[in-house]
Ligand binder design. Structure first.
Ligand code: UDP
Length: 236
């Protein structure tokens, strides 16, 4: 398959790593994702990844945890590094060269985030995983994904989810809901379609970074998206 995109940023949620578990990660999912990512690396695509941490810790629930928001957010950022390391191990096992860069310095396990270095790794066909989100509390890993995608001049941000795109309504509640093949940023705002949190979405819109929402759990889907096939929803 001929790739439509030369450089992509893949955003995966932490929860996607859980599979059918309700906490942590399923090694089979990591193996599966590693194979999916390897397939697009083999197509000659430069791949950067931002992974969430929601399967381990989410900092935003001060009322439930009793932990101050900013403190909890830092815990959440550490969770993303754990996920990044797991994915890194899975990718290396699949024969893909990787580098993990962290927005919070932890030099024994990850390089510090250095933009130009990340780009150099990509040019050398290494998959770069960005850990620790943006490095700041009060942000999300969707925002980290948008930010890094823009910084590295990615052609597109691919948001891997459990649904196969953006729908006119919630397909689990409304059987008449249909999938958008394409939708504009403005339409998303007008129709209140929640693709990402507003900070992340605005960053994409203002910098004209296209977003594709697609089902990461369907085997072969990532390669199809990268090849420009009609999979998921393109927001531009
Ligand atoms: N987080 C943060 N700043 C960032 C990215 C993440 O404070 O730039 C924290 C925040 O507490 C968040 C947690 O890390 O709840 C895990 O990230 P996220 O919820 O985005 O993960 P996902 O929903 O994708 O699994």
């Amino acid at each position: 398959m001929q790739p439509k995109y030369k450089r992509i940023l893949l955003k995966l949620s932490g929860e996607s790593l859980m599979g059918n578990r309700n906490y942590g990660m399923d090694p089979d999912i990591i193996t599966q994702y590693a194979q999916e990512i390897k397939a697009v690396v083999d197509m000659g695509v430069q791949v950067a990844i931002v992974i969430g941490g929601g399967n381990i810790y989410r900092g935003m629930n001060e009322a439930q945890t009793g932990i101050e928001r900013a403190h909890g957010d830092y815990m959440g950022m550490l969770a993303t590094v754990i996920n990044g390391m797991a994915l890194q191990a899975g990718l290396e096992k699949a024969g893909v060269f990787t580098r993990l860069q962290s927005a919070i310095v932890m030099e024994q396990i990850a390089e510090p985030y250095i933009r130009r270095r990340a780009i150099r790794h990509l040019e050398k066909e290494r998959v770069v995983i960005f850990g620790a989100g943006t490095g700041n509390p009060y942000f999300t890993t969707d925002t980290a994904g948008s930010l890094r995608a823009i910084e590295i001049n990615a052609d597109v941000i691919l948001k891997g989810t459990r649904v196969d795109g953006v729908y006119t309504a919630d397909p689990e509640k409304d059987p008449t809901a249909t999938r958008y093949k394409t939708v504009s940023y403005q339409e998303c705002l007008t129709n209140n379609l929640r693709i990402m949190d507003m900070t992340a979405f605005t960053l994409c819109m203002e910098n004209k970074l296209p977003i594709i929402v697609f089902d990461m759990n369907k085997p072969g889907n990532l390669a199809k998206v990268v090849a420009g096939e009609d999979v998921g929803t393109l927001i531009s």
